[in-house]
Design a protein around this ligand. Sequence first.
Ligand code: FDA
Length: 368
Amino acid sequence: MKYDYLVVGSGLFGSTFAYEAAKRGKRVKVIEKRNHIGGNIYTEDVDGIQVHKYGAHIFHTNDEEIWDYVNQFAAFNRYTNSPIANYKGEIYNLPFNMNTFYKLWGVTTPEEAKEEIEKQRKKAGIGEPKNLEEQAISLVGTDIYERLIKGYTEKQWGRKATDLPSFIIKRLPVRFTYDNNYFNDRYQGIPIGGYTQIVEKMLASDLIEIELNKDFFMNKDEYVQTYPKIIYTGMIDQFFDYTYGELEYRSLQFESTILNQENYQGNAVVNYTDAETPFTRIIEHKHFEFGNQHKTIITKEYPRKWKRGDEPYYPVNDDKNNEKYRKYRKLAEDQPNIIFGGRLGRYQYYDMHQVIAAALAVVKKEFR
Ligand code: FDA
């Protein structure tokens, strides 16, 4: 069969493009190196519980069009992300808000909370922040930094906060209301029955053929010669055979356990913010959908150093890597028949709503 497009990767970017192309009568071949579609938003039904296999995914957006778009493919529940921090057995609400401040200092009014933060910032006496530690303290004071930021961030990045650049924390959400809703967006929720159905529906057209367990690099030359146009959502440095060296990532390891109890931690997301606990979070999946099964499934999330062959989760967008990426981007611009997209093709952290918007922008340009 003759195809108009080859889409490399069946994540949200590739699938959105494939769906839109097929809607316009184009024939699309999708290849995916994993044994399932969906990329990192993939959820798996285990005993009626939707397990977020690649980390907790909560859809949120301010953009009504994107919200309507994704709602074509699934009904969403009213889940509101309200993570909790566990610091050495003490529980704090996130994001930092009046509940957190009350727990930390016993203050009950916004004025008292602001005064306390200001007092701590002044005492620290930091001028221009030189690293992440100084940046965080100058934003929220020492108590919040020591208990809720330091250990978590050091585990996440595998480096001391004093060795991390300040740009990682540009802003810290601080709220002087009793509001535990993590996001400020107008729309948020979890697709009832999981995320995989979204991608299944996107790829359901007769004009789309999917091939799993197929790595683009097994037949790169043939693909490039055969297909008139390629949407490539894999790693951009790998596409160019690491000509300028590797782009850096942080990786994650997930450890899931089925427990014979109804409710393990009472919340979908609990962050462990001390330095000693080796994982950063425990996800209890059933709470995303208010499940009442007799069992529960929890996943511990361990940050890991990335090396070639590992799953690349978070790009490390420091100056060195961004500079390298710019060089790859230049090479990409000289490939008129290849569109580089998604989080790996663009070496950029995208939330789901952003990746859909980015794919729709490409669609608009491609089919104008
Ligand atoms: P994605 O990585 O999903 O898809 C790329 C696909 O290409 C993969 O399936 C991969 O296997 C395939 N591929 C790569 N190379 C290939 C090759 N050589 N040959 C064939 N196939 C290849 N967002 C949000 O809005 N809310 C949230 O709560 C979260 N939470 C979250 C937690 C964690 C831990 C992470 C890492 C990320 C999030 N996200 C998120 C972000 C979300 O995961 C992200 O926006 C989308 O998954 C990005 O979709 P892409 O299609 O760009 O990449």
